[in-house]
Structure formats: structure tokens, C-alpha cells
Design a protein around this ligand. Structure first.
Ligand SMILES: C[S@@+](CC[C@H](N)C(=O)[O-])C[C@H]1O[C@@H](n2cnc3c(N)ncnc32)[C@H](O)[C@@H]1O
Length: 215
């Protein structure tokens, strides 16, 4: 038994707005955040599926202030973001007290879009609360992309790209939070690496998908 078994939200998936859902989570009880929030690009896929919160960034600062409150001191938050509205993300992160300590890039073997450039990368920022210890295993900041197939969610990430992040920035049995969980990829990656998870998803359809996936 570790103390994480006693966390009131260990291995939970919640169907709510994360700003509300995080309120009852006690301060400084999460070991790692790995999340993929809306990129603020009004995304629609070919079948017209859109993403809650993708049309404005009003949620950014309130959500990340809850996220940093529940995160332990001297710990990490890995957040994906698009490049388009990166100023809004960076402002919110810095305003709430996160310090950017790295930038991760995944190189796609296909272009997800093409206009002024062939858009072939995804990115995430490594954010620190306090001064986390140097990880035992140091990750490169560039990686090959693995395509998820997007069958469960239009922005679905592959479990294979999330697992190395969880292994590098948390330990066995620790609690990993994803407040923008989509189809539950982070939760599954956490379970498959022997961690606990807390996943929050506002859209009932994706919440149901995450529940089914983790069952
Ligand atoms: C980019 S997607 C995450 C996809 C996920 N990484 C996956 O692999 O399935 C972002 C998700 O955040 C959800 N979302 C948006 N605003 C939210 C909020 N305030 N609270 C909780 N979830 C929210 C959206 O419904 C969407 O499913």
C-alpha cells in the first residue's frame, strides 16, 4: 500500500468541467499532470466533430490555476498546445506560476494540414512547479510521432507517445492528472505504466468513451 491508494480521486474519471471538478481535490496531492487541452483553433474534422472550449480561451487561466494548486510542489505538468495561440497558453501558465523548462516536438510522417508550410509536428511544453529534481531517465525533446487513428476522438493521442512522459516524470503508484481527458489516453497510459489516474472530461460522449476504454 502506498499513500496514493488513499487519494479520494485515485483511478477516477469525472464528467464535468475541470474548473469545477478540481475544486474538491485537495491541494498538492497530484504527482504529475499530462494534458492535451483544446488548441483554440475552432477545430472541425471532416465529419464536422468540434471540440468544447476550442473557440475561446476564457477557461485557460482558471483551469491552470486549479491545476497548479492540486499539483505537488517540485513537480511537472506536460501540456500539449497548438502553435497558433501559444501566447495565450504561455501567459496563462506563467500567470498561475508555472515555469517553462522544456519544449517537446513530435515529428509526423504525414502533414496534418498544408498551407504556408506542410504542418508536420505536434508540440507540448514541459512546465515546472517549483524546482523538480532531475529525472532519472532524461528524455530527448524530439520524438517520432505515432498516429492514433483518431477513432475514439478527433484529437486522440497515441498511448505510445504518452507513456514515456509518464515514466520520465513520475514514479510507480503515483497519481497522474489529465483535466482535458478526451477519450482517456493519459489515463490508459498511466494505468499501463503502473500509475494511478484522475481524468476529467466535459463532453459526455468522450467521457463515456474513456469509461469504456478503462473498464
Ligand atoms: C484535445 S482534446 C483531448 C484528446 C485526448 N488527448 C485523447 O487522446 O483523446 C481536449 C478535450 O478537452 C475537453 N474539454 C474542453 N474544455 C474542458 C473543460 N473545461 N473541462 C474538461 N474538459 C474539457 C474537450 O471536450 C476535449 O475532449
Amino acid at each position: 500500500m502506498t499513500h496514493h491508494d488513499n487519494h479520494p480521486f485515485a483511478d477516477c474519471i469525472l464528467n464535468d468541467d475541470c474548473i469545477e471538478a478540481l475544486k474538491p481535490v485537495p491541494d498538492e496531492t497530484v504527482d504529475l499532470v499530462v494534458t492535451d487541452p483544446p488548441y483554440l483553433v475552432n477545430y472541425k474534422d471532416r465529419s464536422g466533430r468540434s471540440i468544447i472550449g476550442d473557440d475561446n480561451g476564457d477557461w485557460l487561466k482558471p483551469a491552470f490555476s486549479e491545476i497548479i494548486r492540486v499539483l505537488k510542489n517540485h513537480a511537472f505538468c506536460v501540456s500539449f498546445s497548438g502553435w497558433n495561440e501559444v501566447d495565450k497558453f504561455m501567459t496563462a501558465w506563467k500567470d498561475v506560476g508555472f515555469k517553462p523548462v522544456g519544449h517537446l516536438v513530435w515529428h509526423k510522417h504525414y502533414a496534418s494540414n498544408s498551407r504556408y508550410l506542410n504542418y508536420r509536428h505536434e508540440q507540448a511544453f514541459l512546465l515546472a512547479k517549483g524546482n523538480p529534481p532531475i529525472p532519472v531517465m532524461i528524455l530527448d525533446d524530439i520524438h517520432p510521432w505515432t498516429y492514433s487513428g483518431n477513432e475514439l476522438h478527433p484529437n486522440q493521442k497515441s498511448v505510445e507517445i504518452i507513456k514515456p512522459l509518464i515514466r520520465a516524470f513520475s514514479r510507480q503508484d503515483e497519481l497522474v492528472l489529465d483535466p482535458f481527458a478526451g477519450s482517456g489516453t493519459t489515463a490508459l497510459a498511466a494505468r499501463n505504466t503502473g500509475r494511478k489516474y484522475l481524468a476529467i472530461e466535459k463532453d459526455k460522449n468522450y467521457y463515456d468513451t474513456a469509461i469504456r476504454r478503462l473498464r
